[in-house]
Design a binder for this molecule. Structure first.
Ligand SMILES: *Cc1c(COP(=O)(O)O)cnc(C)c1O
Length: 331
C-alpha cells in the first residue's frame, strides 16, 4: 500500500469518531475583505476550537484509535505547543498518561497551558529536533506511544474533518487559503476539497523566515531549515526528513505555497482584532496576511481562509496593537 494514501472515507470515519469531543466551528463572512476585493471571503474559525486550535481534531482521532495497551502505557508528543496542548487535553479526557517534549524556545505561556491540562512537560534543547531526540528516548524507555503532530494518517484524517465542515458550510468554495507548517492541516483539508472538486484551488501560506514545507517542495524532498523566531511560532519546525504522509499529500493536493513577511503577519493579527474582535495567533494570521496582500490579482470568487488557532501571547499582542494604534494616530 502507498503509505501516503489516506482516503476520503478516513475523514468521515474520523468525523464520527471525534464527534462530541470537538466543536463544529463557525464559518463567518469577512465583510471588509469581501468588500475590498469584490469577492466572497469567508473565515473558518478554528481559533474557536476547544484548546484554541484545530490540532484537537487530529489528536482526538489519533488517541481514540489507540489499542488498550497503548492507552495503558500513555502517550508522548513533541510539539511547539498547540499539538501538545491538544494531546494533553484529549489524554486527560480519556484518562491516559501524557508526556510532552518541547524545545526551550517554546514560550512559557504555552508550557503553562499544557501543565494545566495535566501533562508532564520536558523541555530540552533549542530546536524541535532536539525535543524529538528526547521524545524518541522516552518512547523506548517508558513504552509511550509517540503522536506525530502532522505526519500521521489519523492526525491528517482528523484535520481533514475541517474540509468536510467547509463543504457543508460553503459548498460553493473555489479557493482555500490554509496555513502550512508540517502540512497535516493542508494535506487533510486539501484531500477532501480536491476529491469533492479538483478545480478548487488550494493555497498554502507560510512565513518567509523559515518555510520548511515550501523549501522541501521546491527541493523535491524534505529538507531541514534553520529555526528562526517568528510571530507565527506555531508554524516553526521542520517537516521531518523521513516524512511519509503529509509531504507527499501536500505535493499532490496543494497547488502552491506562498510566503508572507512578519510585518504582514502583524497586519493580519491587528485586522482580526479590529474588524472581527478576535484574538488570533500568528500562525492563523498568515491567512489574513495573504488575503490582505492578494485582494486584487487573484481569480477565485468564493474564498475560504482557515484561521487555525487563537493561542496568542497577550503581552506580545498588546505591544503590537499599541504600536499600530500609535502609528495610525500619528499618520
Ligand atoms: C500546527 C499549526 C499550524 C500548521 O499545521 P501543520 O499541520 O503543521 O501544517 C497552523 N496553525 C496553527 C495555529 C497550528 O497550531
Amino acid at each position: 500500500m502507498n503509505p501516503a494514501e489516506i482516503l476520503l472515507k478516513d475523514m468521515f470515519l474520523a468525523q464520527r469518531r471525534i464527534d462530541g469531543m470537538i466543536r463544529t466551528t463557525p464559518l463567518i463572512d469577512a465583510s471588509l475583505l469581501s468588500q475590498r476585493s469584490g469577492r466572497q471571503v469567508r473565515l473558518k474559525l478554528e481559533n474557536l476550537q476547544k484548546t484554541g486550535s484545530f490540532k484537537l481534531r487530529g489528536a482526538a482521532n489519533a488517541l481514540l484509535t489507540l489499542s488498550d495497551s497503548q492507552k495503558a502505557n500513555g502517550v508522548l508528543a513533541f510539539s511547539t505547543g498547540n499539538h501538545g496542548r491538544a494531546v494533553a487535553w484529549v489524554a486527560r479526557q480519556l484518562g491516559i498518561r501524557c508526556v510532552v517534549c518541547l524545545s526551550e524556545r517554546v514560550p512559557a505561556f504555552r508550557v503553562q497551558a499544557m501543565e494545566n491540562f495535566g501533562a508532564q512537560v520536558v523541555q530540552k534543547g533549542t530546536s524541535q529536533d532536539d525535543a524529538y531526540e528526547v521524545a524518541l528516548k522516552l518512547e523506548k524507555d517508558d513504552h509511550l506511544t509517540l503522536i506525530n503532530p502532522f505526519d500521521d494518517p489519523f492526525v491528517i484524517a482528523g484535520q481533514g474533518t475541517i474540509g468536510l465542515e467547509i463543504l457543508t458550510q460553503a459548498p460553493d468554495i473555489d479557493t482555500l487559503v490554509v496555513p502550512v507548517s508540517g502540512g497535516g492541516l493542508a494535506a487533510g483539508v486539501a484531500k477532501v476539497l480536491k476529491t469533492a472538486d479538483p478545480s478548487i484551488t488550494v493555497i498554502g501560506v507560510s512565513m518567509d523566515c523559515a518555510p520548511a514545507m515550501y523549501l522541501s517542495i521546491k527541493a523535491g524532498r524534505p529538507v531541514a531549515v534553520e529555526e528562526k523566531d517568528s510571530l507565527a511560532d506555531a508554524l516553526l519546525g521542520g517537516i521531518g526528513l523521513n516524512n511519509q504522509h503529509s509531504y507527499p499529500m501536500v505535493e499532490k493536493y496543494v497547488d502552491t505555497i506562498e510566503l508572507v513577511t512578519e510585518a504582514e503577519i502583524e497586519q493580519g493579527l491587528v485586522h482580526a482584532f479590529l474588524h472581527h474582535g478576535m484574538l488570533i495567533e500568528g500562525a492563523a494570521a498568515v491567512t489574513l496576511a495573504w488575503l490582505q496582500k492578494n485582494q486584487t490579482h487573484r481569480s477565485g470568487n468564493n474564498i475560504v481562509g482557515i484561521l487555525s488557532g487563537g493561542n496568542m501571547d497577550t503581552d506580545l499582542f498588546s505591544s503590537i496593537l499599541a504600536r499600530h494604534t500609535n502609528q495610525t494616530k500619528s499618520s
